[in-house]
Design a protein around this ligand. Structure first.
Ligand code: SAM
Length: 236
C-alpha cells in the first residue's frame, strides 16, 4: 500500500493527525531528502526507516516499487507540501497503479491551494503551471497560452528569479497585469504583495536581496473578472 503524505510548507503545526498516524504505522518512509525527513520525523517523536526516492533514477523507482510489491506499506513524502505537486512522486504512483497496488492520497498542505485561498480572487478555475522553463522564450509562450484561457495563472518561483519573472509577465501580458505574490506562507514572515506586474518588479527590484518562497498568481484585470463572474453566475 502506498500513502501519499503531505507535510508542512513552513509551519510544522500544519501536519495533519492522519499524516502523523500514517507516518507512525508505515513500514518505511520514501523521501526526497532523508535528512530533511528525519528532522521532521524526530520533531514528532517518530523513528522510522527512510529511503531516498529519486525520480530521475529508474533504479530508485524500481526499488521503491519492489518494496511495495513485497507487501510493505510505504509513505511517500517530499521536502514540503504535497508530493507530486511540482515535486517527485508521480512516476512511483503511476508504476504502483499499473501494478495494482493500492494508493491513497492524503489531503494536506500545498502552497498552490494555500495561496489561491488567501488571494481573494473570483471563480473556481485556475491554471497551475508550477515552475516555468528557464528559457525566457519558452516561459513567455506558456504564460501567454495559459492566460488566454481567461483564468488566473499560478506559478511557483524561486526568490532568485522572482523579479525576472515579474518583468517577463509585464513584457508578455502588459505592465498593468495584476499579480498577487504570496510569500513565506504559514511562516513568521508571511506576506502578501499585490500590484501590477510592473509595480511589483520595481518594488522587489529595489531590494538588495529577495528572500523567501513565493507563489505568484497572475490575476485577471478587474473588468474581465466581472464579466467572468457573470458568466459563472449564469450556470446557477
Ligand atoms: N510540493 C509542494 C507543494 O505542494 O506546494 C511544492 C514544492 S516546490 C519544489 C517548492 C515551491 O513551492 C517553492 O519554490 C515555492 O514556489 C512554493 N512554496 C513552498 N512553500 C512555500 C511557502 N511557505 N510560501 C510560498 N511558497 C511556497
Amino acid at each position: 500500500m502506498l500513502y501519499i503524505v503531505p507535510t508542512p510548507i513552513g509551519n510544522l503545526q500544519d501536519i495533519t493527525l492522519r499524516a502523523l498516524e500514517v507516518l507512525k504505522t508505515a513500514d518505511a518512509v520514501l523521501c526526497e531528502d532523508t535528512r530533511r525527513t528525519q528532522i521532521l520525523l524526530s520533531h514528532f517523536g517518530l523513528s522510522k526507516p527512510t529511503y531516498r526516492y529519486n525520480e530521475n533514477d529508474d533504479r530508485s523507482v524500481a526499488r521503491c516499487l519492489e518494496a511495495l510489491k513485497s507487501g510493505k506499506t510505504c509513505a511517500l513524502v517530499s521536502d514540503c507540501g504535497t508530493p507530486c505537486i511540482s515535486d517527485p512522486g508521480w512516476k512511483l504512483v503511476k508504476a504502483a497503479v499499473a501494478e495494482g497496488i493500492k494508493v491513497s492520497s492524503l489531503p494536506g498542505p500545498s502552497a498552490v491551494a494555500c495561496a489561491l485561498a488567501g488571494a481573494g480572487i473570483t471563480g473556481g478555475a485556475f491554471t497551475f503551471l508550477g515552475f516555468l522553463p528557464r528559457k525566457p522564450g519558452k516561459a513567455a509562450k506558456l504564460i501567454a497560452a495559459a492566460y488566454a484561457l481567461q483564468h488566473p495563472v499560478v506559478l511557483y518561483e524561486s526568490p532568485y528569479r522572482v523579479v525576472k519573472m515579474l518583468q517577463l509577465i509585464a513584457d508578455t501580458l502588459g505592465n498593468e497585469t495584476p499579480v498577487i505574490l504570496a510569500r513565506e506562507l504559514s511562516k513568521v514572515y508571511e506576506e502578501w504583495l499585490r500590484g501590477t506586474a510592473q509595480q511589483l518588479a520595481e518594488t522587489l527590484g529595489k531590494k538588495q536581496k529577495v528572500q523567501g518562497e513565493f507563489v505568484m498568481i497572475i490575476d485577471r484585470p478587474a473588468a474581465a473578472e466581472r464579466e467572468e463572474e457573470h458568466a459563472q453566475d449564469a450556470y446557477f
